[in-house]
Design a protein around this ligand. Structure first.
Ligand code: MN
Length: 247
């Protein structure tokens, strides 16, 4: 059987006016397509309104999947890294964070592979005890390039420099041109993670696990690039291949 890739859901805030409160759980189209194209079977894991309802099932959920795909989505609630929200922060959904943080910790405990994208790299870092810039422009005076690109989301706009000897460099080489749709970013890198790529102005653009090949996460959106970019597609094939190794 092909590896089963679990993707925690996001939630639409617009609802049917006749059925307010009936929020749709979803995962991004291009991520789902990338997982299929890379040889995996994607399944969506919807987060519950009340974490208590699912807390005792986290182990079973992670046992069901072979890899954990963390897609893009809303900002991470700064309460999870001990900060109050600054005025510039975007929408946060605390219950989504809580569910994903529990899945991440369990996946790491049992050694299942993780691929993080955008919000995914951020929530991963927070789950492991790191912190974020709630808003890059407001909080990091060193930012010199546009990270929330004004142009279309699948256009490549800035470079990233990739660390020698990283897993990422074995996939993409030492430099890559990427898209960039984020206003938050990693501030303090969590213990157990190592920086695998930085932007020209020094923002963390990718991390990996220090001692194994379990975790790879990027700040850009390879799911909007792989269709025309064989290199970026390797992020997904590499992840599905790692997930195919039985734990
Ligand atoms: Mn960027």
């Amino acid at each position: 059987m092909k590896p089963i890739i679990g993707m925690p859901s996001d939630q639409l805030i617009e609802t049917n006016p006749r059925m307010p409160g009936d929020y749709l759980a979803y995962a991004p189209h291009d991520v789902k397509e990338a997982i299929y194209a890379a040889g995996g079977i994607p399944i969506i894991l919807p987060f519950p309104e009340k974490f208590d309802d699912v807390e005792d099932s986290i182990q079973d959920i992670v046992a069901m999947i072979d890899g954990l795909m963390l897609p893009g989505g809303p900002d991470v609630d700064p309460l999870f890294y001990g900060e109050e929200p600054i005025p510039e922060i975007g929408m946060t959904i605390g219950m989504e964070d809580k569910f994903e943080i529990a899945l991440i910790k369990e996946a790491i405990r049992v050694g299942k592979p993780i691929l993080g994208i955008c919000r995914g790299i951020q929530v991963l870092n927070v789950a492991l005890g790191g912190t974020l810039y709630q808003d890059l422009k407001a909080q990091n005076p060193n930012v010199k390039i546009q990270h929330a690109q004004a142009t279309l989301g699948h256009f490549k706009t800035h470079h990233v420099k990739i660390e020698d000897n990283s897993r990422l460099s074995s996939l993409l080489g030492d430099n890559s041109l990427v898209n960039s749709r984020h206003h938050q970013a990693i501030k303090q890198v969590a213990e157990g993670l190592t920086v695998a790529a930085i932007s020209p102005d020094g923002i963390v653009e990718a991390v990996e696990s220090e001692n194994s090949n379990q975790i790879l996460a990027v700040q850009w959106h390879p799911e909007n690039l792989w269709q025309n970019d064989k290199e970026q597609f390797k992020l997904f094939t590499d992840f599905v291949e790692r997930s195919a190794i039985k734990k």
